[in-house]
Design a protein around this ligand. Structure first.
Ligand SMILES: Nc1ncnc2c1ncn2[C@@H]1O[C@H](COP(=O)(O)OP(=O)(O)OP(=O)(O)O)[C@@H](O)[C@H]1O
Ligand SMILES: [Mg+2]
Length: 343
């Protein structure tokens, strides 16, 4: 092992790269804006952490990235230091009052090429308020479609839109699934990791069948991987044997620096760029950018040239619609047994 190839040398090099914004080679830009929903109805699996850190890692490596915070908890907004107290224009206004996304999106300080639309606590009410609305599952998709053109005019084309979802399969997550081309599922490498995944996959299938034919699960990211435990390796093996190449080769290790960063209003990418967590997210971002899906030009995608929605509205009070099957209107409870994921 040469001195340049030690963990310490790699950490120091990464820290310098982040601070000077100089990386060896630029990441390839996707053929078109990739809209990815980060979803898993299980709580605390690393959705938000992965959304903000992948977004930061992509932006630091030269790509243009927008984070949409679709979780009333507003954790992604906090991590990106975006103001999200109740008076701030937010995703709630976009979904409920049809406010243009451009009036809500803010540039992230410190990371060029990264933007965020914040979530406020109001969004908790949106699950209920959306229920009687026309085209209730399509509202985010329409907003994103209109925004992409506006963003391109002002700043050039966006490369990635990453949508952070709440830990449920209600109308907010449904809006995110209808708005996206791809689903990225973070899976925590722990005992119950695979439970509930079957239900998520069924929901994605329903959305693909009825609301957004272009949607597919393109990426699985293993999170909070603890190399010291045999269980983590077993979970990782099981996930890889089922999902194959869709699982990014890099697993994100459990790291204190990752969990500390949000309390400083930072991603780990800027909080401690030489840490194992930051290095892993940098590498995972490279893998994401080099996936074959990044160069796919076909597919329905979120936008038609007129900025309108091309999928039919099958949602409103149609028995058997996706919303009917996934949520109980008014109660927003998941219907059906949460059957463990089976291979
Ligand atoms: N690699 C990691 N190492 C250590 N802690 C981590 C790591 N990834 C996430 N965490 C911590 O685990 C907790 C859950 O992570 P996170 O908030 O990203 O999950 P989530 O899926 O978005 O949760 P929710 O379902 O509540 O939205 C947080 O406290 C976060 O700081
Ligand atoms: Mg979260």
């Amino acid at each position: 092992m040469s001195i340049d190839d030690t963990p310490l040398a790699r950490a120091a090099e990464a820290a310098v790269q982040v601070r000077t914004r100089r990386f060896g080679e630029d990441l390839p830009r996707p053929a078109r804006t990739r809209v990815m929903t980060v979803a898993n109805q299980k709580g605390g699996v690393g959705k938000t952490t992965s959304t903000v850190n992948l977004a930061a890692a992509l932006a630091l490596q030269g790509l243009a990235v927008l984070v949409l915070d679709l979780d009333p908890q507003g954790n992604a907004s906090t991590a990106l230091a975006i103001d999200h107290h109740s008076d701030v224009p937010s995703i709630y206004d976009v979904l409920i009052d049809s406010r243009p996304l451009i009036e809500v999106v803010t540039a992230v300080i410190d990371i060029e090429g990264l933007w965020c639309a914040p979530a406020t606590l109001d969004l908790a009410g949106a699950e209920i308020e959306l229920v009687p609305m026309v085209a209730r599952e399509h509202r985010l998709r329409r907003a994103v479609a209109a925004y992409l053109g506006a963003h391109e005019q002002a700043h050039g084309r966006l490369d990635y839109v990453l949508i952070d979802c709440p830990p449920s399969l209600g109308l907010l997550t449904l809006n995110a699934l209808v708005a996206a081309d791809e689903v990225l599922i973070p899976i925590q490498c722990e005992y119950y990791a695979l439970e509930g995944l079957g239900q998520l996959m069924r929901t994605v299938d329903l959305v693909t069948d009825q609301l957004n034919p272009g949607l597919h699960v393109s990426t699985i990211l293993l999170t909070m991987y603890d190399a010291r435990t045999r269980l983590a390796a077993q979970v990782a093996d099981e996930v890889r044997s089922h999902f194959g190449v869709r699982v990014l080769p890099t697993a994100i290790p459990r790291s204190v620096r990752v969990s500390e960063a949000p309390s400083y209003g930072q991603t780990v990418m800027t909080y401690d760029p030489g840490s194992t967590g930051a290095l892993s997210y940098l590498e995972a971002a490279r893998e994401l950018a080099r996936q074959p899906a990044a160069q796919a030009v076909s597919g329905v995608g979120p936008v038609d040239p007129l900025g309108s929605v091309v999928t039919p509205n099958v949602a409103v009070a149609v028995p058997g619609s996706v919303a009917e099957q996934v949520v109980v209107p008014g109660a927003i409870e998941v219907v059906g047994a949460d059957t463990p994921y089976q291979q």
